[in-house]
Design a binder for this molecule. Structure first.
Ligand code: NAD
Length: 457
């Protein structure tokens, strides 16, 4: 196997044995569909099984009725006939992302019917039928040829499955489970509304996708901003990583690039109006619009209130509130002219409670300001298509809290968190995707608190 920057790559070569062809086809399929659970009801080559197990995640499994080729911990061998196994798995409510059956076995149609009636092929799951009849076999008059054709015909006639027979002599027929809510035929006795069909014809997970959207994240060079950049990119957006520290921004943009995400790094101090204007103009010049503005950069300096200098107060407010306003206004103007946009500000649990024992008056006050700014803009701009919301994380394990002064406080904080742990940046990623997506279009001026329950104690 070749490698690129330490990552194993699978590549097709010119070997043309049936076993190798089978493995090539299945490798491509698992890479595209990323299954977590596989049901194997026919024999596959040892090579193919090894490859399937390699691609399964750690918590994934391959359930088989066949002889296990190796002591692979992801393989679960089930005892009994295939029919018994299928009935047992259906009773357990098991669903699979990928199912393998053989068209030439005894009773393949029975197995297929059990799989479909037991709802064991999950939505978008793939069924691979080995030894499916090929056009050259269709006139064949031996028993195997008939069985294979019969099986293929059953799947072809099944509206629940989109199918393709591979134009090769490897005899593999692939079906993908689709939702009948997408069919154009009227369905008897069904309320064909947006709930059944999906709003705009899209199911809820598709509505969270950000394909083609343009986003920026300030403070994207590390910590929460980096995680937001990855999340928005993974959901389909192009992402500009904006940070005062260009090297950090470039490193994150490179990470995104390695994942196939369009990204760019930009240096800017968001407390400076000219920097923000330059960034917003450059994004619009390059990518034509801004759909998602993630105003996340923030700083925290700790001092007792009686000792807080005006310099510290101004520095904190210049970034956390004044700078955030500059960003909201610059991005907001673009979004208002587009008639669409999502602004997501990073506030803090400190906007609700007074975190202790550390002293951080300026920070707490600036973050309370972020919430009020979000509420005000959220109501002012929604009727022109711009939604403004904020996320308030609890205490997140990032460099911001790794200072020598804060480190000893972690034990104390843990006692105040019902979840019993600090937040990880990954705990916040789904929220930013939701707020950036059209699925949250009715939400505005909201402060989404993600704090493991800390603000409730
Ligand atoms: N870490 C936490 O516990 C926590 C909790 C609640 C809220 N927050 C908020 O989340 C946001 C991100 O926090 P983090 O923990 O990832 O911080 P961090 O210090 O790890 O990262 C902040 C990033 O912002 C950049 N930055 C700072 N000032 C900037 C400026 N003026 N212009 C452009 N970039 C600037 C930094 O270079 C850095 O890359 C902040 O607004 C913070 O207040 C953090």
């Amino acid at each position: 196997m070749e490698t690129f920057q330490g990552v194993k790559l699978w590549k097709a070569d010119c070997e043309s044995t049936m076993e190798h062809k089978e493995k090539q086809v299945y490798t491509m399929l698992v890479q595209l569909t990323r299954p977590r659970k596989i049901l194997q009801l026919c024999s596959l080559s040892t090579e193919s099984i090894g490859m399937l197990c390699d691609y399964l995640p750690d918590d994934g499994c391959l359930v088989t009725s066949d002889i296990c080729p190796a002591k692979e911990k992801k393989i679960q061998k089930r005892k009994g006939t295939k029919e018994e196994i299928l009935k047992e798995l259906a009773a357990l409510g098991e669903q699979y992302d990928m199912v393998f059956i053989d068209a030439t076995e005894e009773n393949p149609i029975n197995y297929y019917n059990l799989i479909m009636s037991g709802n064991m092929l999950r939505m978008n799951g793939v069924i691979c039928v080995q030894n499916a009849s090929t056009s050259s076999q269709e006139g064949i008059d031996d028993e195997t040829g008939f069985m294979s054709k019969e099986m293929t015909d059953v799947i072809k006639a099944d509206a629940r499955v989109e199918q393709v027979k591979l134009p090769s002599n490897c005899g593999i027929f692939i079906g993908r489970r689709i939702s009948l809510s997408q069919t154009s035929h009227p369905l008897k006795g069904i309320v064909e509304d947006d709930v059944f069909r999906g709003f705009g014809g899209h199911g809820i997970l598709d509505r969270l996708r950000l394909d083609g959207k343009v986003a920026y994240v300030t403070g994207g060079g590390q910590g929460i901003g980096r995680a937001f950049g990855h999340a928005l990119g993974e959901a389909g957006a192009k992402v500009a990583i904006v940070d005062m520290d260009l090297e950090k921004a470039e490193a994150v943009a490179h990470e995104l690039h390695l994942k196939g995400i369009n990204s760019v790094a930009m240096a800017a101090d968001i407390s400076k109006e000219e920097d923000v204007k330059r960034v917003v103009d450059a994004i619009v010049a390059n990518w034509g619009r801004i759909d998602i503005a993630c105003n996340n950069a923030g700083i925290n300096m700790n001092s007792a209130s009686e000792d807080t200098t005006l310099e510290e107060w101004d520095k904190t407010f210049n970034v956390n509130l004044r700078g955030l306003f500059i960003c909201c206004q610059a991005a907001g103007r673009v979004m208002l002219s587009q008639g669409y946009g999502k602004i997501i500000n990073t506030a803090s649990m400190a906007s609700l409670i007074v975190p202790h024992p550390q002293k951080q008056l300026a920070y707490n006050t600036s973050k309370a300001g972020v919430v009020k700014l979000t509420q005000t803009l959220g109501t002012e701009w929604i009727d022109r298509g711009v939604r403004v919301n904020c996320i308030s994380p609890g205490i997140v394990d990032t460099p911001l809290i790794h200072s020598e002064a804060l480190k000893p406080l972690v034990k104390r904080w843990l006692a105040d968190i019902p979840a019993g742990r600090l937040a990880q940046v990954t705990d916040l990623q789904a929220a930013v995707v939701y707020l950036a997506s059209e699925a949250s279009d009715y939400m505005t001026g909201h402060n989404l608190v993600i704090d493991g329950g800390q603000s409730l104690w």
